[in-house]
Unconditional design. Structure first.
Length: 276
């Protein structure tokens, strides 16, 4: 039987959790999977673990450190299945995810990607449920409404050009999903926590939040046609952000007019550039 799903696992210095990630990929029920691990320039400790895992997986690809987008694209290029699933090396799926995700694709040709609820584990051991919204590209305009580890078709990856390898500071999965949905279709959410995500202080997401506005500017300008086309939603979002900024300023007792003015004018300056 041909492989139905190619599971791509980029790995960079993750000796502690990579075995659990691989085990969850190999343990998918009632689905033929190939598991491709891309070693993105890991340290010797991680390489030793990967060498031990190599006989169990379909492919182990080694490259110099080029970032998560590059590692994902490298894995996809060698993938043989029609459906792709990204898996971060420190997280894991429940055994039924692939089986349930494939059933969602069978329901409608409009389904471009499938995600699920996730169990978030914080570094202090506390847990919480994350429920992504899914939806069309309009839902993805201002935030990522799916897990970065979602399933989609290889033909759609090819059609939209893969992951943006210049985005090494984070949010590359969100930007990829915008392009994936840009020409139609939607993201479906399985209403079950079939994924476990470890929230780590050194995670890509946390690092991305430190330069959040620079990345947002890049995404908004790269896809300005979408924001212009959905002008009303764009204006509403920025006005809502302005309102939140004003509340934040008041709560922090910052009363200097110059500071408030700077906060309020920043989005307006951005709009001027966006609609040129």
């Amino acid at each position: 039987m041909e492989k139905q799903v190619s599971i791509i696992i980029p790995c960079y210095n993750d000796a502690k959790y990579i075995e659990q990630a691989v085990a969850s990929a190999l343990g998918q029920t009632n689905v033929k999977v190939e598991v491709i691990v891309v070693d993105d320039g890991s340290n010797e400790e991680t390489k030793a673990v990967l060498k031990k895992l190599e006989p169990k997986i379909s492919k182990l690809i080694t490259q110099t450190n080029q970032g998560q987008s590059s590692a994902r694209n490298t894995g996809v290029e060698t993938a043989s299945a029609d459906f792709l699933l990204m898996l971060d090396s420190d997280d894991y799926f429940e055994a039924s995810f692939c089986e349930k995700a494939l059933k969602e694709f069978q329901k409608s040709s409009e389904v471009k990607m499938v995600t699920c609820q996730a169990n978030l584990i914080n570094e202090d051991g506390s847990q919480q449920l994350f429920n992504p919204e899914g939806g069309t590209v309009v839902n993805f305009m201002f935030k990522n409404c799916a897990l970065g580890t979602s399933m989609f078709r290889k033909v759609d990856w090819e059609a939209c050009g893969g992951y943006d390898e210049s985005m090494r500071k984070g949010f590359e999965d969100w930007e990829f999903f915008i392009r994936l949905l840009k020409n139609g279709g939607s993201a479906t959410v399985i209403p079950e926590a079939l994924y476990t995500y470890r929230k780590r202080s050194d995670s890509t997401t946390n690092r991305a939040n430190k330069v959040r506005f620079d990345i947002l500017k890049y995404i908004y300008l790269k896809h300005k046609d979408i924001y212009i086309e959905n002008y009303e939603a764009t204006i509403s979002n920025f006005l809502r952000q302005n309102e939140m900024l004003q509340v934040s300023v008041k709560n922090k007792d910052i009363t200097v007019d110059a500071k408030i003015g700077k906060l309020l004018l920043s989005p307006l300056r951005f709009f001027k550039k966006l609609f040129k």
